[in-house]
Design a protein around this ligand. Structure first.
Ligand SMILES: Nc1nc2c(ncn2[C@@H]2O[C@H](COP(=O)(O)OP(=O)(O)O)[C@@H](O)[C@H]2O)c(=O)[nH]1
Ligand SMILES: [Mg+2]
Length: 330
């Protein structure tokens, strides 16, 4: 059993590692805190649990509001728990809604059975974060869930701002939910998101929408053929499902399994995670540098006077920036 090196951690690490939900909740709250002292403790905690992470399947789910993400996660999560004895953690990022707002409550009712199941853990992310933003917190929460023994982590996000790209940078597999229909153009879906997707799942393929869903399937197939896929790379799939009627859920899981089989054999999964970690390090590094500069009164002073000079036109923006940089690194 891991002994806590950091004695002053407010979290019982052994309990967390044994899967204690309360400890996991408290740990995530610590990670989410903006207080400097909490940030330090949170980093100690993350360092300590890091050797116990990395064993879960990390799945990102995105799609426009109303497409059925929460309903799908309810069906999918329960399927994994019942059929495959998984422990499922769900982290949701919705930058457009404060955590206390209505949408999370709505989600809880849509994920009612899952949220009450002892093999699941559902946690919404806060609407704003300190350094690294909301997504960094979610990433750290994901690691905590892995340490607590969850073997499937689902990160849900809505198509707002950069959140999909950030989620894609923390998961192995990216699943895009879309609606039946769409006609000649693929409605409202950013091309970049389509390119990130490992599986496009047409939800609500039930009732009167079933036929349309089949047409949409063909449509996405041909859209995907336009992308160039490198040799040895995962070729994105398209499937239809009904989260409400629980059809096609096993098909989606099969594709995800194929993905893991293929990419663990090729070593791609490790490469992907390594690259993601490096990207995150860089992201946080630049943010830290920016913060440090903004806290330095000397830099701030010259920054202000250069701003005035540039505003008056007595100095060019380029030269001003260069002189500030030279002052910083003198
Ligand atoms: N017919 C049908 N309705 C669905 C399906 N999945 C979700 N819905 C409905 O679509 C609405 C939005 O679902 P929700 O899961 O909250 O979407 P989210 O905003 O993407 O999380 C709800 O009224 C669901 O009952 C489905 O597979 N078929
Ligand atoms: Mg939802």
């Amino acid at each position: 059993m891991a002994k806590s090196k950091a004695k002053n951690l407010p979290i019982d690490v052994d309990k967390l590692l044994s899967g204690d939900r309360r400890s996991l909740s408290k740990a995530i709250t610590l990670v989410e805190s903006k207080k400097l002292e909490h940030r330090k403790l949170a980093q100690e905690l993350i360092e300590e649990i890091l050797p116990h992470t990395g064993n879960a399947k990390r799945i990102g789910i995105t799609g426009t509001p109303g497409v059925g993400k929460s309903t799908f996660i309810e069906s999918f999560g329960l399927y994994l728990i019942r059929e495959h004895k998984h422990k499922v953690a769900v982290l949701t990022i919705d930058p457009s809604s404060p955590v206390s707002g209505g949408s999370i409550l709505g989600d809880k009712t849509r994920m009612e059975e899952l949220s009450q199941n002892m093999s699941s853990f559902i946690r919404p992310s806060p609407s704003s974060g300190a350094l690294g933003g909301v997504a960094l917190k979610t990433r750290e929460s994901m690691l905590l869930c892995e340490a607590a023994g969850y073997d499937t982590i689902i990160v849900e996000t809505v198509g707002v701002g950069q959140s999909e790209y950030e989620v894609a940078d923390m998961v192995d597999f990216f699943l895009l939910l879309v609606l039946p229909g769409g006609g000649d153009d693929i409605q409202g879906i950013k091309k970049g998101i389509l390119e990130l997707s490992d599986l496009i799942l047409i939800n609500k393929a039930d009732g009167a929408s079933k036929t349309i869903a089949d047409q949409t399937l063909a449509h996405y197939h041909s859209a995907l053929e336009l992308f160039n896929h490198k040799k040895d790379e995962w070729v994105p799939r398209v499937l239809a499902c009904s989260a409400l009627e629980n059809t096609g859920i096993d098909g989606a899981w099969k594709v995800i399994n194929d993905f893991y089989e293929q990419s663990s054999q090729s070593g791609k999964i490790n490469d992907k995670r390594a690259t993601q970690n490096q990207k995150w390090m860089n992201k946080v590094l630049w943010q830290m540098i920016e913060q440090k500069l903004k806290e330095n009164p000397e830099v701030l002073n010259s920054w202000e006077s250069y701003k005035k000079a540039v505003g008056k036109g007595s100095k060019s923006p380029y030269l001003a920036a260069l002189e500030i940089v030279n002052r910083i690194f003198k």
